[in-house]
Design a protein around this ligand. Sequence first.
Ligand SMILES: [Zn+2]
Length: 389
Amino acid sequence: MKSAFIYSQELGRFDFGHDHPFKPERAIKTHDLCLRYGVLNHPWMEVITPKPIDPEALRSFHEDHYLSLLKEASMGQFSVEMLSHGLGTDDNPILPGIYEWSLTTTGGTTLGADLLASRKADVAFNPLGGFHHARRNHAEGFCYVNDVVIASLDLLRRGLRVAFVDIDAHHCNGVQEAFYDEDRFLLISFHESGETLYPWTGKETEIGEGKGRGFTVNVPLEAGTDDEVYLEAFQGVVPPLLSAFKPDMLIAELGADTLISDPLTHLRLTNNSYQDVVRILRNQCQRILAVGGGGYDVYRTARSWTLAWSILNHVEPQDEFAGVVGGMMFGPEHEVGSLRDRAHPTTGPIKDKALVQARKRVAWIRKHVFPLHGISSPLEQPSRTVQSP
Ligand SMILES: [Zn+2]
């Protein structure tokens, strides 16, 4: 087995509440779409059901007191103190079973990390992973337990060098905080600027501290950023850093809340640049653990994750139901028949501002961070975008 799709229908059925934007069912839709498009039936692929992680492992990152409160919340109990730890808010409601659910979603990510570390797989994908906002003693941003941090700490303990590239629209504040002074963990986050989006952090000037200086890289992007602007910035930052850092494995947080239709964010990407980015990452690193992260347009998120899984496995989706009347439909009717979005460039002053700001931030990183990795030529222009097939 070389490729693991980590999936449980039961986890996908967990309900954050009707009005809550986080819908675990995206994982079920992604699994169904992967089956429909014939990208989950190759001999080197395996669908693996995750198991709960040993609760003791959560203590590698989270504080005991926070974990006790989380357990109580999971049993439906509420105390005012929970609020000061982010439990019982609109974003992170008290949900019966949330502790057990978090044990298994975290178990999915650590399973993926373990398969890669032990070389039983080169690619693993946990669509119900990527809770990058969870803090040591605080739930926030729909995240209760930080699976990325817990899996990464274990990989570092095994002596592995880990790169984490996060393309979710939100800055990965919880992960950044955990590894801010670490030089064996390279964090690169592309996200909507904290001037317009939670968690309000992730400026380009946040670059790590102590021996970790230069190992945190943030690329904040303006509201309205489109495929062209995004790809130029990504190309200018990520390949040189990954080539210099030479990670043993890459964890990729493939949040699809950057898409133009996402109800919570203000970036304007299509899944065309999203695919290009996944392709760049795939070409940069042999061992990749992908985690889902955000994505609040359920159908377009499922389509994007299906495309990501295909690219990670070098397979081409084929619609087995093409032309069949009454086949399964995903998303608005006019787009049925393709997983890929139409091009949707931003124009006018919004585009100009997005481009100017992105170039400014990339130039700053190339000037101040690249030399810390021994990468020269900060004056060289970033290379242009790659093309979608
Ligand atoms: Zn997000």
